[in-house]
Design a protein around this ligand. Structure first.
Ligand SMILES: Cc1ncc(COP(=O)(O)O)c(C=O)c1O
Length: 389
């Protein structure tokens, strides 16, 4: 008799390579190397003092106990108000489920919707959790290529070809991790028509929706007529408010699904830390001035990075419209993106991710997080030039 088995669906899931590259980079640092970290998608700003203070005040007030699974009433109400603005209709707090990060609000709705035999369309390259959650739910993943020439929007022709009556869920992510691309409203209208024709759900991961450049906004598919009853909007506090370690996110979905997702949440995590939710409430309802300031800073960093990358022979890089990622095309360098990423880490001390960490359509690209200071970005570009030149 061998060892007790692990479910095949779990045995076969892949880790997030950002963590693997971080571990490798840290091992090099322990050996005395100087590494510039552009691999992890995390703001380098501290959580604003007013937000941290709200969390501390909450702990001091003894708000450290169990609380309602779907989240505390004032936070759900604040989220409903925010998403009502984005979707152009009045959303009730019963449509809101709060959780420890956006990730559980990707996973739990997928578990509630998808079963064996169901197909799920998700972006390729795309955030690795999408593939993992579909596998764990027992569904069949159908990766959908993003097109560089269209600002990394989705390939609608391929979607029309791949969608069918077994398609249960379409996952969208705009602005996108890893490309920084924003899906234009006209493309969302086409996706909405397809979702309605094939009666499927849409999970719209909008965690970077407040992070758009050049005064643009990222439209939400939830704002399109007929989509309210089939859309789950996922968002969170990690990126916009630099609160990655607080663990706070949410999903907004039809009440009948929210009730089932809350049931899964009862059994999976019970509730989200009370004081974290009070910090989130302050984040959302207090002054938003800091976000505007940070976005000006991110835009300057983006411009420095993209100009720098485009000045290196063999690299071409579009200006991302949102998030804090650049996704340069390195196909002309003639090596796999994994080899290039490994070489940049080992020889130049620049930690970044190969595009294939996000799916096979990421071959020929690198993902660079520019939530770093401008001097670090300058230095990273010069090291890349010296290494690849
Ligand atoms: C596209 C996308 N969705 C969701 C998440 C998860 O965010 P959270 O920290 O709220 O779980 C991330 C984090 O990197 C992300 O890039």
């Amino acid at each position: 008799m061998g060892l007790p088995g692990i479910a095949f669906s779990v045995e076969s899931i892949e880790p997030e390579s950002a963590y693997a590259v971080l571990a490798k980079a840290q091992a090099l640092e322990r050996a005395g190397r100087d590494i510039i970290h552009l691999e992890i998608g995390e703001p380098d700003f501290a959580t604003e003092q007013r937000i941290s203070q709200a969390g501390i005040d909450s702990i001091n007030a003894g708000q450290t106990r169990y609380n309602p699974t779907a989240g505390i009433h004032p936070l759900r109400e604040a989220i409903a108000t925010e998403i009502s603005r984005r979707c152009g209709r009045r959303i009730s707090e019963n449509e809101v489920v709060v959780g420890p990060g956006a990730k559980p609000l990707l996973f739990l709705p997928t578990l509630a919707i998808v079963e064996s035999g169901d197909e799920v369309i998700y972006p390729d390259p795309g955030f690795p959790t999408y593939e993992a959650m579909v596998r764990v739910a027992g569904g069949t993943g159908v990766p959908l290529p993003l097109i560089e020439a269209n600002g990394f929007s989705i390939d609608l022709d391929v979607m029309r070809d791949r969608i069918n009556d077994r398609t249960k869920l379409i996952v969208l992510n705009s602005p996108s991790n890893p490309t920084g691309g924003v899906i234009p409203f006209s493309d969302l209208e086409e996706v909405a028509k397809l979702a309605q024709r094939h009666n499927c759900w849409v999970l719209s991961d909008e965690i970077y929706s407040r992070m758009c450049f050049d005064g643009a906004t990222a439209p939400s598919i939830a704002a399109i007529d007929g989509m309210a009853e089939r859309t789950i909007v996922v968002d969170g506090f990690s990126k916009t408010y630099a609160m990655t370690g607080w663990r706070l996110g949410y999903g907004v979905m039809p009440e009948r699904l929210a009730a089932k997702v809350s049931l899964l949440a009862v059994h999976a995590f019970g509730c989200t830390a009370h004081f974290t939710q009070f910090a989130g409430l302050e984040a959302m309802t207090g002054t938003q001035a800091q976000i505007d300031k940070i976005m000006v800073e991110y835009q300057q960093r983006r411009d420095v990075l993209i100009d720098g990358l485009n000045s290196i022979a063999g690299i071409s890089c579009q200006k991302p419209a949102g998030a804090f990622y650049a996704f340069p095309n390195v196909k002309s360098l003639g090596e796999s993106c994994e080899t290039i990423a490994d070489r940049l880490l080992a020889d130049a001390g620049v930690a970044l991710l190969p595009g294939t960490a996000f799916g096979s359509a990421g071959e020929g690209y690198l993902r660079i997080c520019f939530a770093k200071s401008i001097p670090e970005i300058f230095q990273a570009v010069e090291r890349m030039r010296a290494c690849l030149g």
